[in-house]
Write a protein that binds this ligand. Structure first.
Ligand code: ADP
Ligand code: ZN
Length: 745
């Protein structure tokens, strides 16, 4: 069973207490999903310390790993192989090693799988090659006989008075071929010198003055900054409506951490890594931070990983994976949009980056700030229990008013047939564009239509690999599974009954909404903003510029446009289907819908012009809609808390899910039933299932779920470890453990 090895502890408690381990044996953790660390012999003359990066043999391969401690000594001496080399890279700090162990224990993942996230740029383990530059040779007694052509003179002119330059750079700048530079070097006019390695990241200037803070910002900064200067673990929630100036306040905390010489990690949901945030940071500190997310070149990753490990990159802004970077000396962590569910990683090591960030801060003994306009119930509960401090910014900055939110009852204000915009929203859209302002239509569904069916025979197009309909993408002229990426081309005939022109698209996606807008308002300049139309941060940045320069009147988009952006001319937000997120009905569906809609609404009226928000719903009396209109977030969360407390659901109880999957349905069922029979019993423990997962087929794998529900005092990891240890899954069946699940699919 994949999850089992995770619970074995591998290190010794003496780790990091002893000094160098010379000529003995060490345990080395490898970035692979193995049971634990392996023992290796230290060759004569090599001194190793815990945290050192080494290369060791594994079967017939050579693998880089980290010295984890003294050897466990369980292997016969003659079987122990020898460490091949010590790598010239900064060693992992004791804090990082403890963090990796902690995450592995908590998530029941193999420690090597967690280590792999920290060794995410293998090329960075080798020091960068030193660069050779050229400078004008010192004139010696015997001046070499050289003919100075125009091209050669241009090269010398580029070098005159400046530092040495690498040959390609020199040639490029002088506008000559590489042979010209080589010729000068051969003739002895230029001489090579070894240049210092590139320092890729400038140090942000924390002494630079920021904006003048409002009095409530000042109060918050005055509470936050001393904690950062003093150091020590502590969690602070900073909340306040969108546009209340939270970012400016945490910039002050970043300045305080930098002033102390520490590094800073700012975690953001992937998509909020906007050009706008980066520009703003650069304006405040005069230098760009290092970035860390999935859309980086290998060269940039390598440079960044090493600069972080050497302490040279002082501020890193990144998605959840940045949490595992090998910081030399962290001084502060900020988690922006802390409520965002994209902090939960659902593949591989299943962890929640916000929660693990708090753990890393505790192990590092540093402060952490959680920031949100709509904090999660988990965090609010921690504040109420006195575990976290809270700073609150009450108003929008500069007197900008919060937008007025109005619910449209779709049972009353019906759209036309095969349309999705109510007359009220359409009129508002027209007024807004006519007034020279901008609008946003929000629909959290990509593509053209979520379902295609045949009107003649009722055939529905579904994915052969997943329990899911195929979504039509009309622009790309194909059907697509949003779970596994399966593609099918659109035909005019039904594949089941052969009838021609009987296929009907059911329901809207953003593309279909765009079609409706084009029909109703042909003159409106709009763009679609969805994850499949935006290929990366650069595409998002380009679109953001078009909005800022008013080259667009309207954005039509999914949740990727809900966060972070600040558009002064945007005064109207229309939520096309507010009920969409409530349908799944999982534990956090209501909370998540509230957070998302609140955040979308927050895009409107962020500057002088007041904003309007229309929310289309078939459930205007639902408490989510009522809370949105009244703006009483506190009351809404209280009700949510009461309902979860009554059901002993998180954060008032604990959950862990087991997902049993495999290609063979019978084997999967048998394994799931075996797990069900072996389910732990005891006071405060309950096991639900096994049951087919809502996505009972995913990427060709059959899936069953079991859910462990426990009281808060229960040590869930111990219970799970024991449970999984008693059941052996057959070959071809995988059991994934999801501690604190956010997805129930
Ligand atoms: P939040 O992070 O709470 O959404 P921001 O920090 O982004 O709020 O602030 C909203 C807007 O107000 C931004 O455009 C920001 O530049 C501006 N702003 C915030 N505080 C100040 C200040 N003290 N002086 C000038 N502009 C400010
Ligand atoms: Zn699929």
């Amino acid at each position: 069973m994949t999850a089992r090895g995770a619970s074995t502890s591998h290190g010794s408690t003496a780790r990091f207490t002893g000094g160098a381990i010379a000529a003995g044996r060490v345990s080395v953790l490898l970035p692979l999903p193995l049971e634990g660390a392996y023992d290796y012999r230290v060759p004569r003359g090599m001194a190793l310390e815990p945290g050192d990066l080494v290369v060791v043999p594994l079967a017939r391969r050579e693998v880089a790993g980290v010295v984890w401690g003294a050897a466990a000594g369980k292997v016969a001496p003659e079987k122990v192989k020898e460490v091949i080399a010590r790598l010239d890279a900064p060693p992992f700090t004791a804090e990082l090693c403890r963090f990796i162990d902690w995450v592995a224990r908590y998530t029941l993942a193999p420690p090597g799988a967690v280590l792999r996230m920290a060794m995410s740029a293998p090329a960075a383990l080798v020091p960068p090659k030193s660069r050779i530059g050229y400078r004008r040779a010192e004139a010696s007694g015997e001046e070499p006989e050289v003919r100075l052509t125009a091209a050669r003179r241009r090269v010398l002119a580029v070098l005159a008075g400046g530092p040495p330059r690498p040959a390609p750079e020199l040639a490029r700048e002088a506008g000559v071929g590489p042979r010209v530079v080589r010729g000068l070097a051969d003739a002895g006019v230029l001489e090579p010198v070894v240049m210092a390695p590139r320092t890729p990241f400038e140090t942000p200037d924390w002494r630079r003055k920021g904006v003048d803070l409002s009095s409530s910002q000042m109060t918050a900064a005055a509470a936050l900054c001393p904690k950062v200067r003093k150091g020590g673990f502590g969690v602070t929630l900073m909340d306040g409506v969108t546009g209340s100036g939270k970012t400016e306040v945490y910039f002050e905390a970043i300045a305080a951490a930098l002033g102390k010489g520490g590094q800073v990690l700012v975690l953001v949901p992937e998509i909020a890594l906007t050009a706008q945030w980066l520009d703003r940071f650069a304006r405040r500190f005069g230098a760009r931070p290092a970035e860390w997310h999935s859309d980086l070149t290998p060269a940039y990753r390598r440079l960044t990983w090493r600069a972080v490990a050497e302490g040279q990159a002082r501020v890193v802004v990144g998605a959840r994976s940045a949490l595992f970077l090998p910081f030399a000396g962290l001084g502060l962590i900020v988690v922006d949009e802390e409520h965002d569910s994209s902090f939960k990683q659902e593949e591989g090591v299943i962890y929640h980056a916000r929660d693990m960030a708090v753990v890393r801060a505790r192990l590092a003994g540093i402060p952490i700030t959680l920031v949100s306009a709509v904090p999660s119930l988990e965090t609010v509960t921690n504040v109420e229990a006195g575990r976290y401090d809270r700073l609150h910014l009450p108003d929008r900055f500069g007197g900008a008013r919060l937008p007025e939110i109005q619910v449209i009852d779709m049972r009353q204000d019906r759209p036309e047939r095969q349309c999705w915009l109510s007359p009220i929203l359409k009129a508002a859209l027209q007024d807004t564009v006519a007034a020279g302002e901008q609008a946003m239509l929000f629909l959290n569904r990509r593509g053209y239509a979520p379902l295609t069916l045949c009107r003649a025979c009722g055939h529905r197009f579904d994915c052969p690999n997943c329990t899911a309909w195929l979504v039509e993408h009309r622009l790309a002229r194909r059907l697509e599974c949003h779970h596994c990426g399966y593609l099918a081309s659109m035909s005019s005939a039904c594949p089941a009954c052969g009838a021609e022109d009987t296929l009907a698209a059911c329901g809207p996606g953003v593309e279909r909404l765009a079609e409706e807008v084009t029909r109703a308002f042909p003159e409106v300049r709009f763009a679609i903003m969805a994850s499949d139309t935006m290929t990366g941060p650069r595409a998002v940045a380009a679109l953001v510029r078009r909005v800022e320069t008013h080259a667009l009147d309207l954005l039509i988009g999914t949740q990727i446009m809900a966060k972070g952006h600040h558009f002064p001319l945007l005064t109207l937000v229309g939520v096309v289907d507010a009920d969409l997120g409530l349908a799944g009905g999982d534990l956090r569906a209501v909370e998540r819908t509230y957070q998302l809609l609140h955040q979308v609404a927050g895009r409107a009226g962020r500057a002088e012009r007041p904003g309007r928000v229309y929310v289309q719903t078939y459930m205007p009396e639902h408490r989510v809609m009522e809370a949105l209109v009244s703006g009483e977030a506190g009351r809404f969360l209280e009700a949510e808390a009461a309902s979860r407390r009554a059901r002993r659901m998180p954060p008032f109880g604990r959950l862990a899910a087991l997902i049993v999957s495999g290609a063979d349905a019978q084997r999967v069922d048998a394994a799931a039933r075996a797990l069900g029979r072996a389910a732990p019993r005891g006071k405060g423990i309950e096991v639900l299932g096994p049951a087919p997962a809502p996505l009972s087929l995913l990427r060709g794998r059959h899936r069953r779920r079991l859910l462990l529900k426990a009281e808060r005092r229960v040590n869930v990891q111990a219970v799970l470890g024991d449970w999984l240890g008693r059941v052996k899954a057959p070959a071809g069946v995988r059991v994934q453990v999801d501690v604190d699940p956010y997805s129930f699919l």
